[in-house]
Design a protein around this ligand. Sequence first.
Ligand code: NAP
Ligand code: ZN
Ligand code: ZN
Length: 347
Amino acid sequence: MIKVKGYAAQTPTTDLAPWDFQRRDVGPHDVQFDIQFCGVCHSDLHQIKNDWFEGIFPMVPGHEIVGRVIKVGDKVTKFKVGDLAGTGCMVDSCRECENCKRDLEQYCLKGNSQTYNGLEQDHKTPTYGGYSNTIVVNEDFVLHIPENLDLAASAPLLCAGITTYSPLRHWKVGKGHKLAVIGLGGLGHMGVKFGVAFGAEVTVLSTSPKKEQDAKKLGAHHFLVTSDPEQVKAAQHTFDFILDTVSAEHDINMYMSMLRTDGTHICVGVPPKPSMIKAFSLLGGRKSLSGSGIGGILETQEMLDFCGEHNIVSDIEMIDIKDITTAYERMLKGDVRYRFVIDIATL
Ligand code: NAP
Ligand code: ZN
Ligand code: ZN
């Protein structure tokens, strides 16, 4: 077994603190890489707080993981020692169900292995995430990070990046479309970058008036403050797509009133409580309510290569790991500019 230093929540009510644990030795198909940076996703906070379901504790969060390969198994063909490597939200899947066969491991019908707060494919061994100094992952779930990108700023691509890239590609959002992104946080700011890169006219729908300048700097064409009923009224029947990245309770009906006929509201944010949808919000304009979860491994690599070609990374604020609780508090207040990334050297 390999000794690992990490940060863990021991229970849903305790702050994260240093915790030593072990990972499996490098098997024939495994890649071990030393973690240099790990992004802080709102899902980390939801999970250590048991917002969604009862978690597996101790929990080492982190699924936006990047670093350099230090060891490979003897059957590994895709990586060599010294390569940059990344891992997102999954470390394995069944590989044989209909969705795995379609490169949609995120929707594995037998349950994929989440990077933390999950179980390996033996359905017994708990997984531990990227708030730690090293990780061992089957090579099929390790991604190549383009060398030309800033490594720390590329970490959030592994979750915030793919979670916004995938639905925009699936719905072919691009030139001629009006796209609204709700919530200018970690996911939202990547949604803006990809929406703009794909040629859409992008509006940010925000509760934070002070983020307007940043939204424009990120490339958004318009900015709308959703607490102002006049602005919401003026935007009725405007958007072809809404990408909803909100982490907390919000009124989806109000947002759907801003969709055009045949428009689609895509949920990627996962508030702890269920949302109430009025049938009228859907039938008045034949609108669709949909959702999307991260992305498959093939598409995640495609997204990373696209980012390498177009020089797209996340806007980040680097933190020491000891400041993680303060970062969570700021995240809860919507005060993220626009993704915290942990410098793992501070572990
Ligand atoms: P984040 O950085 O905290 O951003 C969320 C943003 O939502 C905030 O910055 C804020 O933006 C807005 N917001 C917060 N509370 C709101 C409210 N009550 N009403 C309206 N807007 C509100 O979080 P994140 O890391 O981007 O994650 C967002 C959500 O996506 C989380 O629930 C996370 O678990 C989920 N997620 C899902 C997937 C997936 O596969 N589908 C993957 C990753 C994360 P403004 O200040 O602009 O209003
Ligand atoms: Zn995430
Ligand atoms: Zn499967």
